[in-house]
Write a protein that binds this ligand. Structure first.
Ligand code: PAF
Length: 287
């Protein structure tokens, strides 16, 4: 199961179940990397982490309609399955599951879904994108049910999403280890995201306000600043540039995502902004 291994592509839940059963019968542990495709180096780093943690590495590629509001970018979300497959192959993924919407939601709109409640969902993405995390958690719970992975790997860029998935696995006893891999950045600091493709060259430059703000926040913390409001103000100031519309700039407890008064190692800085029509998020854990 190295990079030379063939990558199998399957479209149905049954095929996944059989492939996973075969992998387990061969004595292997199973890792899942859930994605919405349009892969970049950030996704590939999740595959690498999965490979360190398990013998059989599976990836799902599914643009999940349930996590997009009607006003969001579902229709124009970037897709390029052939390119994705090439990249997954090059990285030694054993199995790619690329279902259609009907395969994932055979009963149509789910009548039962995973709805988050509490501090993890109250603020930031949960407040700005109502229903988004219900869609994410529901599809991830389904993927966990289909793959029964030993471990699933998610990216830190979606910090709130990863925190909620971790909590879902704990609260619902899903028996899956949730692993979160560090953000992968472009050389100039921009966090990698499939949505970066929407940015014009001018917007791409402006988008650096997010990572620069976080860098500044980190530097202030390293220099001794502990007042979380001062850190929030520094993030906001960095986002206060023409063409960038800040949505939030937060300093939060990494486990509860509640705002903190005093920053300490482990506190997470989180930002979201619109750059043109593109919504970007980024974060940094203080150390
Ligand atoms: O982070 C993503 O790409 C998606 O939210 C996920 C976890 C694959 C669920 O659709």
């Amino acid at each position: 199961m190295t990079a030379a291994t063939e990558t199998r592509v399957v479209r149905t839940r049954d095929e996944v179940r059989h492939a996973v059963r075969d992998a387990r019968m061969a004595g292997g542990t199973v890792a899942l990397v859930p994605t919405m495709g349009y892969l970049h180096a950030g996704h590939l780093s999740l595959v690498d982490r999965a490979r360190e943690l398990a013998d059989f590495v599976a990836m799902s590629i599914f643009v999940n309609p349930l996590q997009f509001a009607p006003t969001e970018d579902l229709a124009r979300y970037p897709r390029d399955f052939d390119r994705d497959l090439e990249m997954a192959r090059g990285r030694g993924v054993d199995l790619v599951f690329a279902p259609g919407v009907e395969e994932m939601y055979p009963g149509g709109e789910p009548q039962v879904s995973v709805v988050p409640a509490g501090t993890l969902t109250e603020r930031m993405e949960g407040a700005i994108r109502p229903g988004h995390f219900r869609g994410v958690l529901t599809v991830v719970a389904k993927l966990f049910g289909i793959f029964t992975p030993d471990v699933a790997v998610f990216g830190q860029k979606d910090f709130q999403q990863a925190a909620l998935i971790r909590r879902m696995a704990l609260d619902l006893d899903l028996g899956v280890r949730v692993e979160v891999a560090p953000i992968v950045r472009e050389p100039d600091g921009l966090a990698m995201s499939s949505r970066n493709v929407y940015l014009s060259p001018d917007e791409r430059e402006r988008a650096l306000a997010l990572s620069r703000g976080l860098e500044h926040g980190r530097a202030l913390f390293a220099a001794g600043e502990r007042d979380a409001d001062a850190l929030r103000a520094a993030l906001r100031e960095a986002l206060d540039v023409p063409g960038v519309e800040a949505e939030y700039a937060e300093a939060a407890n990494p486990l509860t995502l509640e705002p903190v008064a005093a920053a300490e190692p482990g506190t997470v800085l989180l930002v979201a902004a619109r750059v043109g029509r593109t919504r970007l998020i980024d974060n940094a854990v203080l150390s």
